[in-house]
Write a protein that binds this ligand. Sequence first.
Ligand SMILES: Nc1ncnc2c1ncn2[C@@H]1O[C@H](COP(=O)(O)OP(=O)(O)OP(=O)(O)O)[C@@H](O)[C@H]1O
Ligand SMILES: [Mg+2]
Length: 406
Amino acid sequence: MNTDPRNAAGEGEFDDVAHALERFREAGYLADDRLATTVFLQTRLGKPVLLEGPAGVGKTQFATSLAAVTGRRLIRLQCYEGQDETKALYEWDYGKQMLYTQILREKIGQVVEDAADLNEAVERIAKQDSVFFSERFLAPRPLLEAIDSDEPVVLLIDEVDRADEALEAVLLELLSEFQISIPEVGTVKAEQLPYVVLTSNNTRDLSAALKRRCLHLFLDYPEAQRELEIINSKDTGLSEALAVRLIEIVRGLRALELRKAPSISETIDWARTLAVLGVSELSADVLSQTLNVVVKYERDLKKALAAIPTLVDPNAKVPSKNDHGHGHGHGHGHGHGHGADGDHSHDDGDAEVDGKEVRAAKDRPGRHGDNYGGPGKSDEAPAVKTVTASQGERSFAARSARKRPV
Ligand SMILES: Nc1ncnc2c1ncn2[C@@H]1O[C@H](COP(=O)(O)OP(=O)(O)OP(=O)(O)O)[C@@H](O)[C@H]1O
Ligand SMILES: [Mg+2]
């Protein structure tokens, strides 16, 4: 089949950028103009979108919202280290092949019955290969499932930077041609153009070939106003006045060089926490007591705790090298190099505390600005463990009927 699915790109999905913005808003996702423009272009040009950015800025949620907005089914490939084609594209259903050979034993016996010798018997069986390596025995994985879907779908290739470069190479054919070549079967080409969304936390550079095939967008922390709208839209229970203050504090924390800066999801969690505690004022004490909701590393916690009094009250008196006084009860003024920014001397040894070079390397931001404190979730556990069982089952659910090789 040589029809280019891009010819069927979603004209009419969104009238214009403003319409895209509005539709996403209705679905509970507050995009900015750049993202709305990107998705509008995606639906018009039929190109995949690659979203890069720190953890928790709404990359995955964008794809789920795109599915909701367009009424498409979401097919998700969660990438991880060591993932190979059989988990991403397809594999042969050996169990089914075995079952069929058992059931068809008699028939197979007939095929080789009058073979003169073993060689001839093998030759005859080999001629039947195409029976067993046909679509009937293919177990599709998310990428093939998306390409072969009868219904238009959104294909989310999540955290592609966690996958090995070999898998990235496998994606190239799909991303440019919307097709997958299966040597034994032929080429399966999408009849319905999937909207493909790739996300990356930038733990490694993606290839130029992959980027070239995508509309690329760096998603950063939102402007204060948009973050406020997002918080307000989440029914956190926190008053608007306190939410405004909270966002100022969070933005102040982001300006510290934390290993993992708080993201939108952390702001939401913090707002909910403070609402549940029924606070009526964002004091340094209450913020310090709940800081663990947004700051997840001990070193970061120390830095953030030291910064909170100044973030709450810029005029707060905090200890510095030249000031041995007490600020909001947090400073001790013993003159051992505790700067106002809380830069404790043993911070430098933090990488050793973790003891993993790989992690330390991943911790270093790539092209992100200074405020991006690292790849987030990839720090918390070995990549492969972050794939939950349910994700696996959902992603790898096989379908029985295959069709449309071309
Ligand atoms: N623009 C937005 N509008 C509404 N909610 C948002 C927006 N951006 C982020 N959120 C909320 O922030 C949370 C985190 O979003 P999401 O999981 O998509 O982040 P992510 O960028 O995929 O993070 P990670 O890299 O850790 O996977 C979600 O609960 C989502 O609802
Ligand atoms: Mg995500």
